[in-house]
Design a protein around this ligand. Structure first.
Ligand SMILES: Cc1cc2nc3c(=O)[nH]c(=O)nc-3n(C[C@H](O)[C@H](O)[C@H](O)COP(=O)(O)OP(=O)(O)OC[C@H]3O[C@@H](n4cnc5c(N)ncnc54)[C@H](O)[C@@H]3O)c2cc1C
Length: 391
């Protein structure tokens, strides 16, 4: 029989009491498999679940009978054969001992009976089987070790209450966003001997040509250069990838279309709070050495303001004091924020100056936009001119 102390080391049984562990130990049987032997086969009726005690097991699927694909490798304390507990109770992979392997085999019927006697076991063990296995099959967790997946599963099961900062300061939180950034996958390009840039993307010129002029690169894998400074920047977005793809396609035969640089245009919505940002923020513009002048406008996005669905919208525009050209802008809070950020992008790439923006032709409708006397973007530009004494 397997001792309770040993079972306590297994993450699957983490929440069981000593009594429950003792009951579990009664239905665990030690089984040993020689290297190369099959523990269970894909498609077979699932009769047992297993925890690896010693050794190594490869789980494989067989898209074709000749070419098995190893989907995961399991070592000490890992669970295999969980499908025996989840209808239709057929194994979803073949488990093969890669070296001499010892497992704890738990009969699925006996485990179900134990669950009847100890509902807490059912809650805890089944919840962990489902969470761990579902995470393991999630692309986001590919490449994590068993311990890391199990750690992630703890976070998925419980509700966040706070974030602990270094120094033990705690910030109360209901929801946490983790910004992990992106890393271009340039393995293929590196193997082909192409140059890699400062921001780890494939180096490209303004025609999207790599260091080998017969190879073009576009999208997340390609290096991005700022529209304003031409410095390498870390932006990676689908909108940028699609635009670069068009440029690269136009240049396949001869270099025709130029990429004038990357302009970040973002929008997002959380609940009913939508925000849009385009180009440089005030802070970024100052850091890049621009002398900036700011225009702001606040007002409702319908007219009159009593129209159903009217929302207060704030717009902030950043201009280069010297040239009068727009460098960036941000908008909060209407659903139109995404399209307003896109309009700002058009103003920036066309080199529009403050006074051109102040009189930009804008269509309006009471149920769809702000009043013709206060469309936010033109208003913010007017505010700059008014501050400068130009109007
Ligand atoms: C959660 C999330 C949300 C996002 N939301 C937005 C958003 O709202 N707006 C926005 O603009 N962007 C968004 N993005 C970013 C956007 O998804 C990417 O910028 C965009 O998909 C990049 O497109 P791509 O074609 O360059 O690369 P991908 O979409 O990554 O496509 C590359 C393809 O190449 C394949 N591949 C890689 N190596 C090889 C190889 N050696 N052989 C064959 N195939 C290979 C990959 O499997 C993949 O299918 C988001 C990204 C994430 C992760």
């Amino acid at each position: 029989m397997i001792g309770v102390e040993r079972l306590k080391e297994i993450e699957l049984f983490r929440d069981l009491t000593t009594d429950e562990l003792e009951a579990m130990s009664q239905i665990c049987e030690v089984k040993t498999y020689e290297a190369g032997s099959v523990i269970f086969k894909e498609g077979d009726e699932g009769k047992e679940i297993y925890v690896v005690d010693e050794g190594m097991v490869n789980c494989m699927i067989h898209p074709t009978p000749e070419q098995p694909i190893v989907v995961c490798t399991r070592t000490r304390n890992s669970l295999i054969g969980w499908a025996a507990m989840v209808p239709p109770c057929r194994y979803t992979a073949t488990a093969k001992a890669e070296e001499k392997t010892r497992v704890f085999a738990i009969d699925a019927d006996q485990l179900r009976k134990l669950c009847d006697a100890y509902p807490h076991i059912c809650d805890k063990v089944m919840q962990r089987i489902v969470t761990i296995e579902r995470l393991r099959q999630t692309e986001l967790f590919n490449g994590l070790t068993t311990d890391e997946v199990e750690l992630a599963s703890l976070a998925c099961e419980t509700r966040v209450e706070f974030v602990e900062l270094e120094g033990e300061e705690r910030l109360k939180a209901d929801l946490v966003f983790i910004a992990i950034g992106t890393k271009p996958n340039t393995e293929l390009a590196q193997n082909a001997g192409l140059d890699i840039g400062e921001q780890k993307g494939i180096s490209v010129d303004e025609y999207m040509r790599t260091s080998d002029p017969d190879i073009l690169a576009a999208g997340d894998c390609a290096e991005k250069y700022s529209f304003f400074t031409r410095k390498p920047i870390g932006l990676r977005l689908a909108s940028i990838a699609a635009r670069e793809g068009k440029i690269a396609a136009a240049n396949i035969l001869v270099p025709k279309w130029r990429n004038e640089g990357t302009l970040g245009v973002f929008a997002t919505v959380i609940g009913d709070l939508a925000v849009g940002v385009c180009g440089l923020t005030e802070d970024q513009a100052r850091k890049e050495g621009f002398s900036v002048i700011i225009g702001e406008s606040t007002g409702v996005d319908r007219h009159p303001a009593t129209m159903p669905g009217a929302r207060e919208v704030e717009v902030k525009l950043v201009f280069d004091r010297k040239s009068g050209k727009m460098l960036g802008g941000s908008v909060c809070c209407a659903v139109a924020a995404g399209e307003m950020a896109n309009l700002m992008a058009a103003a920036i790439v066309s080199g529009m100056r403050i006074e051109e923006l102040a009189i930009l032709p804008m269509g309006t409708h009471p149920a769809l936009t702000a009043s013709p006397f206060s469309t936010h973007i033109t208003e913010a530009a007017c505010q700059v001119l008014s501050k400068a004494g130009a109007i």
